[in-house]
Design a protein around this ligand. Sequence first.
Ligand code: UD1
Ligand code: CA
Length: 487
Amino acid sequence: MSPDRPAAVVVLAAGEGTRMKSSIPKVLHAVGGRSLVHHAVAAAGELEPDHLVVVVGHGRDEVTAHLAEVAPKAAAVVQEEQLGTGHATRIALEALPPLTGTVVVTYGDVPLLTAEVLQGLLDGHAAQGNAVTVLTAHLADPTGYGRVLRGDDDQVVGIVEQKDATEKQRTVREVNSGVYAFDAATLRAGLARLDTDNAQGELYLTDVVAHAVADRARVGALAVLDTWAVEGVNDRVQLAAVHRELNRRTLERWMREGVAVIDPATTWVDVDVTLDRDVVLEPNTLLRGRTTVATGAVVGPNCLLVDTEVGAGAQVTNATTYGAEIGPEARVGPYTFLRPGTRLGRGAKAGGFVEIKASDVADDAKVPHLSYVGDATIGEGANIGAGTIVANYDGVTKSRTSVGRHSFVGSDSVLVAPVEVADGAYVAAGSTITGRVGPGELAVARGRQRNIAGWVARRRKGTRTAEAAEQAEAPRADAGHEEGSDA
Ligand code: UD1
Ligand code: CA
């Protein structure tokens, strides 16, 4: 990103997050498909620091395991007891080789802090030749934050916490965001001098500012105009607010790239989703994980697509899909459930009340109505009749089924796996298929129809049904109607 990369970025994430009232560590709560700490390390990682350290404490095992998965370059350092932000930073530095250059400190619970904002901080820090640069924000309501104290010459002289501040200091509306750029030596010297002589009995990182000022080092502040960038998450109300803002930004980005979002208020798109131009997102659509949608596809209304690939020009409506691949020009929905390993080819169809799992439905093949298809391969141009069930599970093992090219499975059939219907074959409606059907064959596997004449008159005498039968037969009486057996 920039030639002057920081020596280290330290992400503080050891706090408990009591106000979340959750058994999940705070920084593992997610917005836009990424945990809070994932957002933080992703932004930090873009600065390409020599070291990326995350200080973990509460829920350390879960957080460390999660980091190994999403940010293998980040090193987790344990802070056993949360003795304050200064203590946490100290522990991070102790875990690193002696550093020179710039150290950025940030938090794991500030998900809208972008690499651009961090880079702006680094650039300002370098341009002003500072030993410490504090990222600040001017807030209408600064309650709860540390306030930035400035001297008569307007130079930053320190930061005072809400709980330690005088009435007068509390009127200051410029707050400490908790994000800083430090000269490594200045930071080390300041951390060595911290004490717990404050309202919370903690080692405050903020006191490094006053120590630097006392040492006549250059201390500056850089105000962010976009206050969302420094908005921390402490409870679920803030989590929801930050999520909505992140989503608003994500949608705005895609709309500027040529995506039609019909109702941004009810459309939620994770940050790792990718969309092509001329995609249309109808209302109430949720795109999650690594979902991709190709040009001209219409998704929604009422869709939840997770890790799903949608091909160009496909139409997906009222569907729930996980780990599915929907081919170009394919049709899905309404009320369709596609589970992992489903692959629909070009122009294929998964229609109303259809569930498909781990199956390949080739180009132009159709599963139009009321079916379950599991562990199956459906050949090109095949048609699976309404209500067909692939019985893939015998209670112990799951087996595969295949239906060949341009074959036709009649409605309400059961294909009992493992079984094969070859290319160019037919299955009669209502069949239960347990053995192979060869090419060109028609399989009929159901009871033959038998009609018993006069049954209603004999056994349901006096009912309206009998009356209707009588009326239906009357005009045809002299046509010499016979007892039939076949329809
Ligand atoms: C801190 C700042 C305050 C600033 C505010 C911005 C200090 C003393 N105060 O206050 O000036 O306005 O952030 O949000 O720094 N953490 C640890 N280990 C600890 C303590 C905290 O890792 O021992 C982590 C927390 O998980 C959290 C972050 O540091 O992510 C901030 O801690 P918190 O206790 O929320 O600080 P504030 O009181 O909000
Ligand atoms: Ca906080």
